[in-house]
Design a protein around this ligand. Structure first.
Ligand code: 5GP
Ligand code: 5GP
Length: 208
């Protein structure tokens, strides 16, 4: 049987802490719409294989079409803001994410469906609220990796993957949280493979 698109096993739903992106040596640029709220932002919804590898750039004939998400643009700007330099309104980031990752699940989710699925997952996981309810706040203090993992596992039912980076002073900090989702992009699942995280046992949760 001819199959035009790639197959995959699950999605990583990846959210980034803006404080950790911005206080790194590389710094950041706020979007043209202004400084984002102090909340996790969406990085992407990434088709993945169970062995840790992943498909990318699966269909150059189906490039990002900004008009397909015009009705959800303001929600995209608040929940999926771009922090790369130079400042942009988000289209460049969303184009990169659709073209690299979204095209690999296009049989399941069309462009608006792909972005809507990520927005819904963000709302459902509500990570900042979950962490704050567990006493883990973006206050520049250090928290144990196990306490962060446990708070998210207790609320979602599944173990997240945590990724760290370093700030300008060399402190290891919480950068991204990976949640695994089934191929319909609706149900959370236990991660078949966790990303290699580069976190130490105690990590900073910086202010943004
Ligand atoms: P980095 O090298 O910064 O970890 O990742 C660079 C890019 O590679 C990410 O923005 C993402 O597009 C892709 N990437 C990195 N790790 C993974 C992974 O485990 N799964 C998938 N699907 N993409 C990844
Ligand atoms: P990935 O390839 O890892 O999925 O996405 C990273 C790409 O998106 C890089 O080219 C990066 O410059 C761009 N980008 C734009 N805005 C952001 C942002 O807010 N966070 C991250 N991590 N990458 C961004």
């Amino acid at each position: 049987v001819l199959c035009v698109s790639q197959d995959f096993d699950f999605f990583y739903f990846v959210q980034q802490w803006p404080g950790s992106y911005c206080d790194s040596k590389q710094s950041c640029c706020y979007p043209t719409t202004g400084k984002p709220a102090p909340d996790f932002g969406i990085h992407g919804l990434w088709p993945n294989y169970n062995d840790g590898s992943y498909p990318s750039n699966c269909d150059s004939s189906n490039p990002f079409d900004p008009s397909s998400i015009s009705s959800i643009k303001s929600q995209m700007q608040s929940e999926w803001p771009t922090l790369a330099c130079p400042s942009g309104d988000g289209d460049k980031f969303w184009r990169h994410e659709w073209n690299k990752h979204g095209t690999c699940s296009e049989d399941i989710l069309d462009q608006p469906g792909y972005f809507q699925a990520a927005l819904k997952l963000k709302q459902e996981t509500d990570l900042l609220n979950v962490l704050q309810n567990a006493g883990i706040n973006p206050d520049g203090k250090f928290y144990s990796l196990t306490s962060i993992t446990k708070a998210i596992r207790d609320s979602t039912g599944f173990t997240p993957g945590l990724e760290c980076n370093v700030d300008e002073s060399g402190n290891t900090q919480l950068y991204q949280i990976y949640i695994c989702v089934d191929t319909s992009a609706t149900n959370l699942i236990e991660c078949p493979v966790l990303p290699r995280g580069k976190c130490s046992s105690r990590i900073e949760f910086p202010i943004f």
